[in-house]
Design a protein around this ligand. Sequence first.
Ligand code: HEM
Length: 289
Amino acid sequence: MATKAGGTGRFTQDEKRRDSDHVSFLKHRSFRWLWIALLLSGAAIAGYLMIDQQPRPNGGTWYGYTLGTIGVLLILWLSLLGVRKRRINPGAWSLKAWTSAHVYLGLSLIVIGTLHTGFQIGWNVHTLAYVLMLLVIATGIYGVAVYATLPASLSANRKEMTRAQMLDALTAIDRQLESAAQPLGREDADLVIAAMNQDPFSLGVIGRLTGNFYGSCRTHYALTELEDDEPGMERVYPLLEKRLAQLDQIRGQLRIRALLEVWLFVHIPLTIALIAALTAHVISVFYYW
Ligand code: HEM
């Protein structure tokens, strides 16, 4: 599985390289952070079950305050990953260790946050903070899933070609199209010229994410408008088909890249909304204390 996280820390250069090259952030240090997160969640559940109190503890009990404090501190720490990612100086922990801890401790918040609510859900700022937390976690799970699966499709779609080679292949087809389209009539030639002049990268956000490029694709439009048995088409039509196949490949790459990045555009704003709701939640709790 591919990972974005790099490796530095207290280990020798060789150890660091081995770790960062071959082990994904999920398996980092034999799932160390998974075990820590399970321990934390297990302890929270055990504490909740062991407290002999009716009604069951919620946010307003000493146990609730303990879980709430752990939850807030965890959320603030998880939010710092954005700062860590952009820091040039690596510090004591590798980015891979940070990401590994981020993922598993982030998941443990499902248990900690839920027990903190004491299962008391309502139309208020407390539940808003809880729901936002769950949404941030859900987008994080999506992120991990795409990091785990999409890099493989990225290289499969590339068919051993680099981005520059894909663009070169398109330019080569266009050069042939230019000469093949010379004998065409004005209207047909205009369709071919419009196809060649279209920027292969201008897909729009929706097109990029859904993979539905054909609505605005001029090469596809030219193929639907032109008749392959018309005079002069015997070279042009197959070249346009080849052009469309090449475009499919380039746009496939753009789509996979967009899917790899888009979730962060939800994960980050939701994190900001979560911190705002959390602040309101904490202030209102202490205000009415
Ligand atoms: C309330 C809990 C969470 C908060 C507040 C949070 C917040 C953040 C923030 C601020 C970033 C940095 C984004 C950036 O600047 O590029 C980030 C990245 C990330 N988060 Fe979370 N997150 C949470 C939970 C989770 C969970 C549960 C998962 C996975 C199951 C997850 C997976 C990720 C991943 C994979 C990254 C990107 C790492 C990278 O690009 O190298 N997050 N998160």
